[in-house]
Design a protein around this ligand. Structure first.
Ligand code: SF4
Ligand code: SF4
Length: 56
């Protein structure tokens, strides 16, 4: 199950550089996870200052 970024994201960008498979990209409103690439490692959740990435 891929992680998803909820609407508390403040678009700081910290998660994108920590993703080992480059699954996180800046979307129109906030950062977004490509659910077909995400390997469920949890790095994004660990570095996010607001707890926006959650298991989907
Ligand atoms: Fe990338 Fe891991 Fe977050 Fe999935 S859980 S988006 S693989 S950092
Ligand atoms: Fe959004 Fe958290 Fe990623 Fe920053 S680290 S872009 S707040 S999901």
């Amino acid at each position: 199950m891929a992680y998803v970024i909820n609407d508390s994201c403040i678009s700081c960008g910290a998660c994108a550089s920590e993703c080992p498979v480059s699954a996180i990209n800046q979307g129109d409103a906030q950062y977004e996870i490509n659910d077909s690439s995400c390997i469920d490692c949890g790095n994004c959740a660990n570095v996010c200052p607001v707890g926006a990435p959650v298991q989907g």
